[in-house]
Ligand binder design. Structure first.
Ligand code: ATP
Length: 303
């Protein structure tokens, strides 16, 4: 999987940056090792957040000429609704999320947030309204409280605690020797994957963004741990316009629309039940999840 946030090489730089700045998730992207490729246009204006609608209109994208990664994608996510994206590896799911965050500009078509073209607004003014929960959360080597507060730097301790409770990580934090003051190790190594993701969720709950982009962990089935985290994910998405790369049954069941991507195109779309009845790719992927050892879940992407 192409990670939303790659491991960071610039931790030290980041700390200096954070200490003197009011921070938001955008900065995390600014300083990741993958340099942003797009810049604000000189005439860019502030984004005006309204109800929270997202639209892809005839969007195509490629990294290399002649090898389309996304071809003519069309979808609308109405305010507060959830769009789930599924598909074989290499289908272009992460690329959709990256385009939504404007890591890259589209080759054709347009991406609209509340009817404003993503290329015409100042990135910072839009990213204020975006929360991202990546598959692998990179935590700062600082206290747990700091890591959660990163979502909204002026949040009070009570607000941090409330967010942690909503993300179902409060009790776990109290179980650590120094509670909220416990330092997470370099890159969060002292925490389990689930705890790290919950901290990312708490951070996003604190940010209370209009738009949430989520990359679920790739566990095929709902295990106990996964099921627990599901409740916190629902908290973070409730009432927000959400685009999620989905791997969990409960997510796809709850989604307002599911897009099935294959080689950069939408091959099926609809709700879980309807897609299962179609007995197509979605149905196959589903069966494969139920009996993972019988099939190989791969698709080489663009030939
Ligand atoms: P997975 O489920 O494995 O995460 P995905 O559906 O998210 O896959 P993407 O990561 O969006 O797929 O990748 C879509 C295609 O774009 C793949 O063929 C991938 O190899 C290619 N690709 C992704 N990132 C880059 C890049 N930075 N440069 C060139 N090609 C890339």
């Amino acid at each position: 999987t192409q990670k939303l946030i790659s491991p960071l090489n610039y931790l030290q730089y980041m700390f200096k940056y954070i200490q003197k700045a009011s921070v938001d998730i955008e900065k995390m992207f600014d300083i990741m090792d993958e340099k942003p490729e797009v810049f604000d246009r000189p005439e860019a204006v502030d984004f005006h957040c309204r109800a929270g609608k997202i639209e892809f209109k005839n969007v195509s994208f490629s990294f290399k000429p002649g090898r389309p990664v996304l071809s003519n994608l069309n979808f609308v996510v109405e305010p507060g609704k959830t769009l789930a994206i599924v598909g074989p590896t290499g289908a272009g799911k992460s690329t959709v999320i990256r385009l939504l965050f404007r890591f890259y500009d589209v080759m054709a078509g347009e991406i609209l947030f509340d009817n404003q073209n993503i290329t015409t607004v100042k990135q910072r003014s839009l990213r204020r309204y975006i929360g991202v929960v990546p598959q692998d959360t990179v935590l700062f080597n600082d206290s747990i409280r700091f890591n959660i507060r990163y979502g909204r730097i002026d949040a009070t301790d009570d607000e941090v605690d409330a967010a942690a409770k909503a993300a179902d990580v409060h009790d776990a934090i109290l179980g650590f020797a120094e509670g909220y003051d416990t330092k997470v190790g370099e890159r969060g190594l002292k925490l389990s994957g689930g705890e790290k993701q919950r901290i990312a969720i708490a951070r996003t709950i604190l940010k209370a963004p209009k738009f949430v982009f989520l990359d679920e962990a790739t566990s095929a089935l709902d295990t106990n741990t996964e099921r627990n985290i599901q409740a916190s994910l629902q908290q973070v998405c409730a009432g927000r316009t959400t685009v999620v790369i989905a791997h969990r049954l409960s997510t796809v069941i709850a989604a307002d629309e599911i897009l099935v991507l294959r080689k950069g195109s939408i091959v099926e779309r609809g709700k879980h039940k309807d897609l299962l009845e179609q007995k197509g790719l979605y149905h196959n992927m589903w069966m494969q999840q139920l009996t993972p050892d019988k099939h190989e879940a791969s698709d080489s992407g663009n030939e």
